[in-house]
Ligand binder design. Structure first.
Ligand SMILES: Nc1nc2c(c(=O)[nH]1)N[C@H]1C(S)=C(S)[C@@H](COP(=O)(O)O)O[C@H]1N2
Ligand SMILES: [Mo]
Length: 257
């Protein structure tokens, strides 16, 4: 994945915002069609968190689609098969020995097998994935509601962010892919840990055995190959300190669309 130029990114945001009716905002449809709205937005460097909060409720649902809308061949982007030996060994055994570790600022650090995750209350959603590189695709995802997982580990009062650590080194520096979200997103009803894609066990290309779905942000936030989750009070001391693999290279931390 190559870093987009500011102009490409602004164009993408403007395009994404013209679909803002998708967020079922009364009135915003009209706004996005008026001349000044996209112009004002494109003058903002990225979409900053505060601005985003001002126009969109953090509880709004991303638009959901129907089976008829599914994209025939959903792309796999970034890593499509982690090359690390530990991951490969787990994959050979169909992830029967894989466990999701959940720790950090929680009362009950725990680990969950896939069977245990499948026992948690789930959610199924057909949504559109928007990649910053300029493509979008619709798929059906099923997974454990993230709020239910949190309820089982008891976040401590100091916890402010949730960090997802992945199995794939992206490049020769060996830096692992990771991502982070805040608690507004962690408790959002469409935030799930997906183990199914289009009614199949999640394929490796899309992040098996478990990937984050976070439907109101861009694709790079949705960590694939999640191995460990940590609740933290600050992102400053993790990897490059910006809260994610691509953020450490200059992407926005809040990639709301
Ligand atoms: N672990 C990991 N997660 C990742 C990536 C990756 O390379 N590694 N790529 C990100 C990007 S840029 C996108 S667009 C989506 C792609 O998801 P898909 O392969 O299911 O289309 O995953 C995101 N999560
Ligand atoms: Mo992406």
């Amino acid at each position: 994945m190559t870093r987009k130029t500011g102009i490409d990114r602004r164009r993408f945001i403007t395009r994404a915002l013209s679909g803002i009716g998708a967020l079922s905002l009364a009135g915003c449809d009209k706004l996005s069609q008026s001349e000044w709205f996209p112009r004002v937005l494109s003058s903002v460097e990225g979409l900053n968190n505060r601005f985003h909060h001002a126009i969109i409720s953090r509880n709004a649902l991303a638009r959901e689609y129907t089976e008829a809308d599914l994209t025939p061949s959903f792309p796999s982007n970034g890593t499509n098969e982690p090359n690390n030996p530990d991951y490969r060994a787990l994959a050979r055994n169909e992830f029967a020995d894989w466990r999701l570790e959940v720790g950090g600022l929680v009362r009950w650090p725990s680990s969950f097998s896939l069977v245990q995750l499948r026992e948690l209350p789930s959610r199924t959603q057909i949504t559109r994935h928007d990649c910053v590189e300029g493509w979008s695709a619709i798929a059906k995802w099923r997974g454990a509601r993230f709020s239910e997982l949190l309820a089982r580990v008891w976040p401590l009062p100091g916890a402010r962010y949730v960090v997802f650590y992945c199995a794939d080194p992206m490049d020769l520096t060996g830096q692992r892919y990771y991502e982070s979200i805040d608690f507004d997103d962690a408790y959002h009803p469409q935030t799930i840990l997906a183990y199914e894609w289009n009614d199949q066990t999640l394929p490796i290309a899309y992040g098996a055995p478990l990937r984050l779905r976070l439907e109101r942000q861009l694709g790079y936030k949705m960590a694939k190959y999640v191995m460990r989750i940590e609740l933290v009070d600050s992102l400053d001391h993790i990897a490059g300190g910006k809260g994610g693999y691509w953020e450490d290279q200059g992407y926005e931390w809040y990639a709301g669309i």
